[in-house]
Write a protein that binds this ligand. Sequence first.
Ligand SMILES: C[S@@+](CC[C@H](N)C(=O)[O-])C[C@H]1O[C@@H](n2cnc3c(N)ncnc32)[C@H](O)[C@@H]1O
Length: 409
Amino acid sequence: MFLPCAAGVEEMLAAEVAAIASRAHASRSETARERGGVALRAPAPEAARLVLSLNLESRLAQRVLWRVAEGGGRDEDDLYDLARGVRWNEWITPRQALRVDVTARHSPLRSLRFAGLRVKDAVCDLMRERSGSRPDVSLDAPDLPILLHLDGESATLYVDTSGEALFKRGWRARTGDAPLKETLAAALLAAAGWDGSESAGPLLDPFCGAGTIAIEAAQLARDMAPGAGRRFAFEKLGPFRGMGRDWLDLLAAARDRAHAPSAPVFASDVSRGAVAAARENAARAGVDDAIEFAVADATARPSPGGQGTIVTNPPFGERIAPSGARAGEGGGFAPALAAHWKRDFAGWTAWVLSPDPKLPTTMRLEASRRVPLWNGPIECRLFRFEMVRGSNRRRRVAEDAPLGGWSEG
Ligand SMILES: C[S@@+](CC[C@H](N)C(=O)[O-])C[C@H]1O[C@@H](n2cnc3c(N)ncnc32)[C@H](O)[C@@H]1O
């Protein structure tokens, strides 16, 4: 199998996949971190069970792909032959529909669309020969989503067992401005090491928008399975058809193990509309009672108490600007936020996602870690700031001053 993820998330995904495999008692599976995702090998029956568990439990993977063929990809005839070699009649009946997507890196082929068409032709020709009729193509609701990946002169064919991408958890009714994908929100929490256990302590997102980070966090705190509220492509595919009982058992076990939240989650936003949307999403995700929402300006929002973790993506950057009382202030919004955190959140750790590599300088804080992560096409950093009252500034200058001089103030 191959589980793709956002760039920067590979290591965290490898750890997550290993944990899911161990929870599923898949003792003979092996995971390997690769560029853009994680490969997983297991003996066939164990692998089929893992498809169910990974789709249900992974918070970080974009999809769970099942490799069905690998070979040459020098020209379209290669691709046709490769696809002809798969026993597609064991995957679907002619009354079901398929769709072929193509991804490529350094492929010599001139048209990826034509490459995909040749794979579709091979599947349809083979099915017609075996069963007298051929399946349709459906772009919107395929039963069999096929992915052709071209890498140089080699080609790999996968069946996408997830169908809709896994960031679609099935709870999002409303989005705010510039929402994060659920998989990236989960990656921020994983990078911060916040796992929802009692020892993780309180979590706050003071720029919560549609609530993505807080909802992922609350589900972690309740040990809920992210995929329990949606459907998957494997449910309609031959190799998994006999596993309906296993699937229902897995779903029931996931629902049974969910418990009252082990750690408190707080979320706020200056926009009343965003908080209303976040509340609605949280209710659909089954965690409205596990998140304390508030309408508040992040530069004035009091600490909920205790020492905890802030994980957030503030409105700094490409698509959105801050609002609220301090938004247009001469000294700047980011330093005002940092000053507030140092005063009211002493002892907390803040993890801030931003596309601006100079954010620590702007906030006048020292970053103790920078994790590179991609938000779609935008390269970002997740910065870690330790909130120690009044002690950051001197060390920040040591780290961020340009060579041979001083930066501002
Ligand atoms: C990039 S979006 C966050 C998106 C969120 N992570 C999600 O997945 O929906 C930034 C949010 O900051 C909010 N915002 C802007 N200025 C603010 C302020 N002064 N205090 C609190 N929230 C603010 C906006 O309303 C917006 O919802």
